[in-house]
Design a binder for this molecule. Structure first.
Ligand code: GDP
Ligand code: K
Ligand code: MG
Length: 301
């Protein structure tokens, strides 16, 4: 990595908040590439994922986290534990809230955890583009009160329309110390391409299925073979029950075909080349309850 210019700042920014406030969407837009999957479903993000944003005068490493909520099973506990670790192992915490509604109990639960941390905090209101008039002002006031009470700076932005992001960047960089390039300037994530490929399949499962199927899915990329013309990807999707396997495959394979086509398109964008994707569906009972199986599937337990 190059020697940074004089006064260059760098460090780690943890993104925390309730599920669905737009943490992953924000990280993607900050680093300029889709490295984290997003969906309207809570618990879309399961791993701590780093996204690197390199500016002329700073390098910010974002740590995306699963939304903080009350855990119901072993996977849930692992997710919340990882979010807590993220809060305490960063230089700045960006606490993201949803601007379409005012401060709620879920936010206060997280605010209580953050108050006890030593790390500087920036409060960010996302989804500015969706704020309902004339309620917007009341909503902002509820967050302003939380910010004032704790001495946190407040920013408002939209990860989708990309408004207000420069000011957010400024607020974050200002709180970082002078430091080195932690990653090469052209790198956007520490995750291997394989991991993102698996996530892109899981994203399509989330978007195509409903109710109990989404949370019961884990994806493993078994093989990636690059040839001059095409990249062949072999994947296994694990579900917990036979019935879920049936749903995922669909009538005459129609559901799997739709998931495959959409995931393949996303992968082609990721690697900027042609992809052939083959996906198998397997039943692995109660994988979310088993710590050893969670570890096998790549979760940090
Ligand atoms: P996370 O659970 O906090 O990581 O949230 P996601 O990034 O997965 O986003 C949840 C949903 O909110 C997705 O459907 C996003 O497209 C949507 N979303 C995120 N940010 C914005 C935003 O600024 N404006 C709008 N309109 N939608 C957003
Ligand atoms: K989500
Ligand atoms: Mg997320």
């Amino acid at each position: 990595t190059p020697t940074p210019p004089k006064g260059f700042r760098s460090g780690f920014v943890g993104i925390v908040g309730r599920p669905n406030v737009g943490k992953s969407t924000l990280m993607n837009v900050m680093v300029g590439q889709k490295i984290a999957i997003t969906s309207p479903i809570a618990q879309t993000t399961r791993n701590r994922l780093r996204g690197v944003m390199t500016l002329p005068d700073a390098q910010v490493i974002f740590v995306d986290t699963p939304g903080i909520h009350k855990p119901h099973h072993e996977l849930g506990k692992v997710l919340v534990k990882n979010a807590r670790i993220a809060i305490n192992s960063v230089d700045v915490t960006l606490f993201v809230v949803d601007g379409t509604s005012g401060l709620g109990r879920g936010d206060l639960f997280i605010a209580d955890i953050l108050k006890r941390s030593e790390v500087p905090i920036v409060l960010g209101i996302n989804k500015a583009d969706l704020q309902p008039e004339p309620k917007a002002q009341m909503i902002d006031i509820s967050y302003q009160a939380l910010a004032d009470e704790n001495g946190w700076p407040l920013c408002k932005f939209s990860a989708v329309t990309e408004t207000g992001l420069d000011s957010l960047k400024g607020q974050l960089v200002e709180r970082l110390e002078v430091g080195p390039y932690y990653y090469p300037p052209d790198l956007v994530t520490d995750q291997p391409e394989r991991f993102i490929m698996g996530e892109l399949i899981r994203e399509q499962v989330l978007l195509h299925t409903r109710e109990e199927v989404p949370h019961s899915v884990a994806v493993v990329i078994e093989a990636v073979e690059e040839t001059p013309k095409i990249t062949n990807v072999l994947a296994t999707v694990y579900v917990e029950r036979k019935s879920q396997k049936g749903i995922l495959i669909g009538k005459k394979g129609s559901m799997m075909k739709a998931i495959n086509t959409a995931a393949r398109e996303q992968m082609q964008k990721l690697i900027a080349g042609k992809v052939y994707l083959e996906v198998f569906v397997k039943v692995q009972e109660r994988w979310r309850q088993s710590r050893s199986h969670l570890a096998e599937l790549g979760y940090r337990v």
